[in-house]
Unconditional design. Structure first.
Length: 342
């Protein structure tokens, strides 16, 4: 299902020769509807499938430190119809410029804002994009250097679920954002200009869910294969929700397991010490541990499907050893060659 773009605009944050930042505001929305829709469709897909996103909400000044409320106030005014989209985006551009001016590392970029609808929700997408040079061959076979937006490597982006924000203002997860490669701190300035504070610890919730599932199947009378099938069903459900950009709902997940003859997961999860919310965003890397075991340390990396534990892979916690039966062919070939060489 494609998105329905309502408004989109790009402003430029540029740095002069003396290192001073300024904001060049576009006076009207982007007009090339076909190009705009193609760009935003690509960004929507890239963003939705991005793993490890953080979730938060607009902060309250005083309660959440020095949270900047100007962005939220401008957004409210725009959504009420008292402010046009171009005017709102201009305020956002100025706020970002002011926030970036506090740091030495920034050289600016292109601020993209877009309101669009996907399925039954309205969203505001906010991103600071970089430009990238590339070479192309002209009709006369001459080379030409072009500059284009780097859509494949988006690192600073957030998406506000406007429908959830207005229907459930107390929610702690209506803003999602891409975490920096070194953690949230890389993107601090980007969240600060919007006044966003982190609200839901996604990894902790997914870890708690994984623990609840492991305890639930461990206390059941299922066979080993049935337990692994239950883990994989949980993983498949959560992965589907992640790919759709939707939250994991414990009640829905319990219904999925009930269809496989495993009743009462909902009561089990809520009655334990798991502290699970009714719904929360999924985190694929965390949930992947339901299907795979993996670890790295001391120059050794090991990964295998959970179904092999106790069969092809034997773990002895007393001797701190792992025995692998049936070494993968490509690894066996490398090992045999090394032994022959020595």
């Amino acid at each position: 299902m494609s998105i329905n773009v309502e408004q989109a605009i790009i402003h430029s944050i540029i740095q002069d020769g003396e290192g001073q930042l300024s904001c060049r505001l576009r006076p009207q929305p982007l007009l090339n509807s076909q190009a705009v829709e193609a760009m935003l469709e690509e960004l929507h897909q890239t963003y939705t499938t991005k793993a490890g996103k953080g979730f938060g909400h607009f902060g309250i000044s005083g309660e959440d430190g020095e949270a900047n409320t100007k962005f939220e106030e401008a957004l409210k005014t725009y959504r009420s119809g008292e402010l046009g989209f171009v005017e709102f985006s201009g305020i956002a551009g100025k706020l970002l410029q002011e926030e970036l001016a506090k740091y030495d590392f920034s050289t600016g970029g292109f601020l993209l804002l877009s309101c669009y609808t996907y399925m039954t929700s309205d969203y505001l997408f906010v991103s600071l994009l970089n430009a990238k040079s590339s070479m192309t061959v002209l009709d006369d076979m001459e080379l030409s250097q072009n500059t284009h937006l780097d859509l494949n490597n988006v690192q600073l982006a957030a998406r506000i679920d406007l429908t959830e924000w207005q229907a459930e203002p107390e929610s702690k997860k209506y803003i999602s954002f891409i975490r920096g490669r070194a953690g949230r701190k890389v993107a601090d300035f980007f969240l600060d200009f919007m006044g966003c504070v982190e609200g839901v610890n996604t990894k902790a919730q997914n870890k708690s869910l994984m623990n609840a599932v492991e305890d639930f199947v461990g206390n059941s009378e299922l066979t080993k294969d049935e337990r692994q099938q239950a883990r994989e069903r949980v993983f498949d459900y959560c992965t589907e929700r992640c790919d759709e950009g939707a939250s994991i709902q414990i009640k829905d997940l319990a219904d999925e397991l009930a269809d496989q003859g495993m009743d009462s997961f909902y009561d089990f999860a809520q009655s334990g010490s798991y502290d699970l919310a009714e719904e929360f965003p999924g985190d694929k890397p965390t949930l992947r541990q339901l299907k795979k075991f993996s670890g790295t340390g001391g120059g050794v990396t090991l990964s295998f499907d959970g179904q092999h534990l106790g069969e092809r892979v034997i773990y002895d916690p007393v001797s701190d050893t792992i025995i692998i039966k049936g070494v993968p062919a490509n690894l066996k070939d490398q090992l045999d060659r090394r032994l022959k060489g020595e």
